[in-house]
Each structure stands twice: as structure tokens, then as C-alpha cells.
Write a protein that binds this ligand. Structure first.
Ligand SMILES: [Zn+2]
Ligand SMILES: [Zn+2]
Length: 150
């Protein structure tokens, strides 16, 4: 690997490591290009994949066509995913190493590891939904009162 490549790889790794959340490739690109405007999206994506292959960054697999999120935490751990804003957070639950042993009917499969992603709604979205709902109820009540009066 030549020097330029090493520098680019280190920039991408640093961007993942300094993130407090689980950024998407686009978010990592945005944070790198902020300080290094000459770097291309393709370069960032290529280096991200490289870092995942090298085991320095983890990919958080999400269902369907949702963009991958990347993780600086390398220990096995679980995630919770907000279905409203797409935010991914760590879950405080010890890795269930014996889970594979409890699966029946594996027909000779040997399991190396597993991932669990819980689906739900984050506190911020929950508050927003609640606020929108109560705003709607206020409007609803107002209309009712208006209709009653006429
Ligand atoms: Zn959310
Ligand atoms: Zn994580």
C-alpha cells in the first residue's frame, strides 16, 4: 500500500473512531471531506470496505435497502434501530455466546457469530410523535368546538 493510500485509509478510520454514533458511509464521507475537500466519495467507500475487511471497523447490518452503518466498537454487541429516523444505538445486553448452542435443526451448520438488531423508536422520535399527536388533538378539539357553536 503506497503512502497516499495509507493516509486516506487513516483519515477514514479516524472519522469512524471519532464518531459517537454509528455513522453511515455518507456521514463518514461528509466528516472526512469537511477537512479534506479533495477526497472523493469512492475513495472513502473503498477504504471503509477495506477497514471492515481488516477488522478495524464493523459494519452494522440493517434489513432491506437501508444504508449500512459503521461501528468503531469491535467487541460483539447488539444494536437497537429507530424505525423513524434510522438512528442506530448500542444495546446494553451481554453477548449471548451460547445462543447458537440452543438452536435446533441446524443440519451440521457451524455458527461463528450472530447479530441482533432490535427495532423500535428512539426517545427523540417518541417525544416528537407525542407532541405531534397532542397538537393534532388540540386542532381536533378546536374544530369540534367551532362546529358545536355554529
Ligand atoms: Zn428516532
Ligand atoms: Zn455498536
Amino acid at each position: 500500500m503506497n503512502r497516499r493510500r495509507t493516509i486516506q485509509r487513516d483519515l477514514v478510520l479516524a472519522a469512524v473512531r471519532k464518531s459517537r454514533t454509528h455513522p453511515t458511509a455518507d456521514e463518514i464521507f461528509a466528516s472526512v471531506v469537511d477537512e479534506h475537500p479533495s477526497i472523493s466519495k469512492a475513495t472513502v467507500y473503498r477504504n471503509l470496505n477495506l477497514l471492515v475487511d481488516e477488522g478495524l471497523v464493523r459494519r452494522v447490518p440493517l434489513p432491506g435497502t437501508l444504508p449500512d452503518h459503521f461501528d468503531r466498537t469491535l467487541d460483539e454487541h447488539y444494536h437497537v434501530f429507530c424505525e423513524y429516523c434510522g438512528k442506530v444505538s448500542d444495546v446494553d445486553l451481554p453477548y449471548q455466546a451460547d445462543l447458537a448452542a440452543r438452536i435446533e435443526g441446524m443440519d451440521g451448520f457451524e455458527v461463528f457469530r450472530h447479530e441482533i438488531v432490535f427495532h423500535g423508536v428512539c426517545p427523540e422520535c417518541k417525544a416528537k410523535i407525542k407532541a405531534e399527536k397532542s397538537a393534532k388533538e388540540c386542532i381536533g378539539n378546536g374544530t369540534e368546538r367551532f362546529e358545536d357553536g355554529s
